[in-house]
Ligand binder design. Structure first.
Ligand SMILES: *[C@@H]1O[C@H](CO)[C@@H](O)[C@H](O)[C@H]1NC(C)=O
Ligand SMILES: *[C@@H]1O[C@H](CO)[C@@H](O)[C@H](O)[C@H]1NC(C)=O
Ligand SMILES: *[C@@H]1O[C@H](CO)[C@@H](O)[C@H](O)[C@H]1NC(C)=O
Length: 973
């Protein structure tokens, strides 16, 4: 969330129309320099300033880039040829499918295949049970995959995408018949083209259907339940229906902005609203734009996934960026508070800046916060020596997650400043600097590939972080590949900031880590080699004394097989991008509103939804049009469910079933206990209608199908509790001025991973609202949500990338009796109302220690694990936890941000690190438990780590800007 806000200087003079690039940089200065703390409008004590020097340096350096350079004409990626023929049943491509896991990860093989595919005409499918039965549809699936692979490779994609497409396609087509075996794709790179065979040539270019993305073709009957005019308010908008041409020559700016803004949406001056959502769809084409596409609150901009549209910046383009997600007004303020800029997505685009002068151009101004997504976007930039272009410009916010991005060219691939973020599966090539980290509290970067660039990552650290001056405080980089890069990591102030490298492959890299001006901390090599680990920062093992290091090989994490990508030599942690079902046709979908759900916020949809899910599992994709689906009883998602929401529809549990906190009931059960198989959920929201003290909002029981890693999964979906229309938990009843009340009890537990479960979760925000998104002036609210995320998965594997859990009473994450759990990163805030004048945390919610493994704040010190909470009557001692890990093994927290901003809504203790005493409790972990916390960042907390009954890390020596950073804690190093 949103803590740092600023009061702006009068910056209207910055906004001359003549030099927008200059305005942008000055606004950056204004934005960062005037950093202040507050939560909502009521609280504004000035506490912390950003690092003025660093920002000035950044700005002047960037400005220096703004010089004219010679024009070059880079070639644009070509689009695929038009689709013409329907493949014949007996014409199999020369692709072998077999049941033995082999060369998925063999990038070279895939690259070779990609070169051949456009001419490849023979296709054979062999060794795959079910071919005969699946017949045409299997064949279509494979053809689609081949088509996709061409597209993917033509557009700088990677092997993982192809792998996933194949898996998705086959898993869908064959269902149970591949259930017991892993499968793999091996492409025979010796295959020859057969120019005589026209049928087969057509095949190689022909996917299922006619190549149109299903989203363009299905019915759109979503409705914004609490909009003033739900019957006339359009949720789905196709930009071509608003006059956009996509022909590469017509200026489509106005038409696109009309498609976004039409219908009383939440724009300038609105702050937030869940009542005017929009999914704005872009068919394939090249959309010329001359000024920013302005994305409003609660908007998804989605391009065709089968043929990504290009947003082409005109040579005369004026404005901050091609897509602007938080515009600056003329007085220098943003339309939306940067830390509260929730619910945005940008999926499936190419953004092309190459027509612009090399001196300027930005792909996206991505100043966003939680529940936002940037996915499957390519940034094409100029490659001139004198270069001022950048793909992403992010100067502020509180995110977040992004993935599957590719950058080519530019001064910066991405210029990034934000509290915390997770970025994964992204590649940069021919950039001058791939990533500039302008400032942060903590970031995790997974699976980043950088090639042909001068500098990999520039870490703009503060010269004086102990004083509170904010630079790039901490970075965890893991599973990277750098090829032909002069310098991999540049720390701009020596000995400042925490940098952790884990499993970094280099090939022809001059210097791996340098600190300004020229101290080479880790030399490179012109050979290929692997940096197992390197750390600048402080760490400790168990309860020993802390050490501060700047050296290699301090972190040697034993990665369990179930959590790493299988069949790879480099053992990266496993990850999986969201499926988009590119192969699907409209007939592959069922629309829940067409089959009996009302989605009107009042009708009980639980029976209808259950029936639809039962009928569709393993067969159809369930499309949930936008709306509020009220559920008076539990709905179980059966194994084989695939569900896609339209711009985050809400499944909202309420009523008598959810009233008893001593017998809590799930709103949504994902799988029955004991189930194993496929589960895929994306773009959904789960919630309650209050009061609901006995609601477990999502109970996740399913585990992945044997042999199909990460097949039980959810992406870009959130638990959002209270504070929005329809919840009956809004500021009219639950404003912070009112006492905590039973009417404001919002849930018992927000997300429960039960003992048999495994899960792949990506970009999931578990948020008990701290302020109202819809009501009145968006005031702060007191909601009682007992527990955040409970992970009891006994075997795992559990992955959570880009996760956050905020404002529950007892804890945000509780990992108990679990094994093989990977979180990267995990961000938390404790409840704002805890503290003086209120009962202590544990008294807010009666404990369920036996059944739900609540942390026992009252354990006496004579008990084995002890309790650090010596004085439970002292509110400072006894508050909600950010995370507890107890009696577990193989738990890996790859980046954490645990924040406590408030003492009963008072922020005066934050900078002193005295908002609460403890936040991370590690309990009953054996020395060989293999539990790692990497890059732990805390805010407002005195004792950063507590092990059993002992506080082992004091914040004092670890101040690092606004927060504190510990590079690593481990049960055993
Ligand atoms: C594909 O089929 C849909 C529905 O039949 C149609 O609307 C669309 O125009 C077709 N697209 C192409 C490229 O032929
Ligand atoms: C690196 O750049 C050179 C020269 O521009 C080019 O020939 C080569 O293909 C590039 N390699 C990669 C991996 O981008
Ligand atoms: C590192 O960054 C500093 C400050 O921006 C710059 O002066 C220096 O040239 C950079 N060094 C390398 C090797 O990139």
């Amino acid at each position: 969330m949103r803590l740092l806000d600023r009061s702006y200087p009068d910056s209207s003079s910055f906004l001359g129309r003549t030099n927008l690039r200059c305005s942008l940089l000055l606004l950056l200065v204004a934005t960062l320099v005037a950093g202040e703390i507050r939560a909502q409008a009521q609280v504004q004590p000035a506490l912390v300033g950003r690092n003025i020097d660093a920002v000035n340096r950044a700005a002047s350096e960037s400005l220096q880039q703004d010089v004219a350079g010679p024009n070059s004409e880079p070639t644009l990626p070509s689009t695929h040829p038009p689709l013409s023929r329907t493949p014949k049943r007996d014409a199999f491509p020369d692709v072998e499918l077999d049941l033995t896991p082999s060369s998925f990860a063999n990038q070279e093989g895939l690259i070779a295949a990609q070169r051949i595919l456009p001419n490849v005409l023979k296709v054979t499918a062999s060794g795959l049970t079910g071919v005969a039965e699946a017949g045409q549809s299997l064949f279509d699936g494979i053809a689609q995959v081949l088509q996709q692979s061409q597209l993917a490779w033509a557009n700088l994609e990677n092997a993982a995408n192809l792998t996933r497409l194949v898996q998705d396609s086959l898993a869908n087509r064959l269902g149970g018949s591949i259930s017991s075996s892993p499968f793999s794709l091996s492409i025979n790179s010796t295959m020859q083209s057969d120019s005589a065979n026209d049928t087969n040539r057509a095949l190689a270019q022909t996917p299922t259907g006619n190549g149109t993305f299903w989203l363009e073709l299905i019915d759109h009957n979503g409705s914004a339940t609490y909009n003033p005019n739900p019957s006339s308010y359009p949720v789905f908008r196709n930009v071509k229906d608003f006059g956009a041409k996509g022909d590469g020559t017509t200026d489509d700016t106005a038409a696109i902005n009309q498609a976004i803004s039409q219908g009383g949406r939440c724009g300038q001056g609105c702050e937030s609203s869940t009542n005017s959502p929009a999914l704005v769809y872009f068919p394939p084409g090249t959309y010329l734009v001359s000024s920013p596409i302005i994305s409003y609150y609660y908007t998804q901009l989605v391009g065709s996934a089968t043929d990504r549209p290009t947003l082409l910046a005109a040579s005369s383009f004026q404005g901050i960026a091609v897509i602007d997600e938080d515009p600056y007004s003329s007085d220098g303020s943003n339309w939306y508070i940067n830390q509260n800029n929730f619910f945005r997505a940008v999926y499936n685009f190419k953004i092309d800046l190459t027509q612009m002068p090399a001196t300027s151009g930005t792909g996206i101004h991505h100043q966003v916060s939680q529940a936002t997504g940037l996915f499957n976007v390519h940034f094409e930039m100029r490659q001139d020596e004198q270069n001022g272009q950048q793909g992403i410009f992010m100067e502020n916010g509180s995110g977040g997650f992004m993935t599957d991005l590719t950058f080519r060219g530019g001064r910066y691939g991405a210029f990034l400043g934000n509290q915390q973020f997770t970025v994964r599966n992204s590649s940069f090539e021919n950039c001058q600097t791939a990533i500039s980290q302008a400032w942060n509290w903590g970031w995790s970067y997974h699976d980043i590939r950088i090639s042909n660039s001068t500098l990999g990552l520039e870490m703009r650290t503060s010269p004086d972080p102990e004083s509170g001056s904010q630079g790039a405080a901490s970075i965890l980089a893991y599973d990277w590949t750098l090829t032909n890069v002069e310098t991999a990591f540049n720390i701009t102030t020596p000995d400042s900031g925490t940098l952790i490298l884990d499993n970094i492959s280099i090939d022809n890299v001059g210097i791996v880590v340098i600190a300004v001006p020229d101290s080479v901390l880790l030399a490179g090599s012109n050979q290929s080699s692997v940096i197992e680990s390197w750390v600048q920062g402080s760490f400790l093992q168990n309860k020993q004394r802390m050490q501060t290091v700047q050296e290699s090989s301090r972190i040697n994490v034993a990665r369990p097989p179930s959590l790493i990508k299988q069949n790879t030599s480099s053992t990266p942690w496993f990850s999986r991008s969201r499926p988009q079902y590119e192969w699907a046709q409209p007939s592959d979908f069922v629309n829940v509103k067409e089959l009996g759900c009302a989605g009107d916020g009042t009708t009980d949809d639980s029976q209808a939804l259950q029936r639809i899910l039962d009928d569709s599992a393993g067969d159809k994709i369930v499309y949930v049009p936008h709306g509020t689906y009220y559920l008076a009883s539990t709905v179980t998602f059966p194994t084989g469910t695939r569900m896609v929401g339209e711009v985050w529809p809400v499944l909202m549990g309420g009523g008598s079933l959810f009233q008893d906190a001593s017998d809590p009931q799930p709103v949504v059960r994902v799988g029955e206990p004991g189930d194993a198989g496929i589960m895929e959920i994306s773009d959904m929201i789960f919630s309650t209608r209050g009061p609901a003290p006995g609601a477990i909002i999502v109970e996740w029981n399913i585990r992945e199908q044997e042999g199909s890693q990460g097949s039980a999964a959810i992406w870009d979906s959130h638990v959002r509790v209270g504070g929005f229309s329809g919840t009956n938990l809004e500021a009219d009843k639950c404003a912070r001025e009112q006492p905590l009340s039973n009417d404001c009890r919002a849930s018992f537990l927000n997300l429960h991973l039960t003992s048999n479960s495994s899960a792949y979760m990506e970009n999931t925000w578990i948020w008990t609202a701290d302020h109202d998104l819809d009501y009145g002036d968006r005031a702060q609210i007191n909601l009682l949500s007992g527990r955040g995320v409970l992970i009891e998965s006994a075997q795992g594997p559990v992955w959570m990338y880009g996760g956050a859990s905020e404002h529950s009473v007892l804890y945000q994450y509780n990992v108990v009796d679990a094994s093989n759990v990977f979180l990267s990163l995990a961000q938390t805030e404790t409840a704002y109302f805890q503290g003086k004048g209120r009962a202590v945390a544990s008294a807010e919610e009666s404990l369920s220690i036996e059944t739900y493994h609540d942390p026992n704040f009252n354990l006496s010190s004579t008990q084995s694990s002890g309790s650090p909470f010596q004085d439970p009557s002292d509110p400072y001692e006894n508050r909600g936890l950010g995370m507890r890990i107890a009696n577990s093994t193989n738990v890996f927290v790859y980046g954490a941000g645990f924040y406590s901003f408030f003492d009963n809504y008072n922020q005066s203790q934050v900078s002193a690190r005295r908002s609460q005493k403890r936040i991370l409790w590690l309990q009953d972990l054996d020395d060989d438990a293999n539990v790692w916390i990497l890059n732990l960042n805390t805010v407002g907390v005195e004792k950063m780590v507590t092990v059993d009954g002992q506080d082992v890390v004091d914040e004092g020596p670890l101040r690092n800007g606004f927060g504190n950073t510990l590079a690593a804690w481990a049960t055993s190093l």
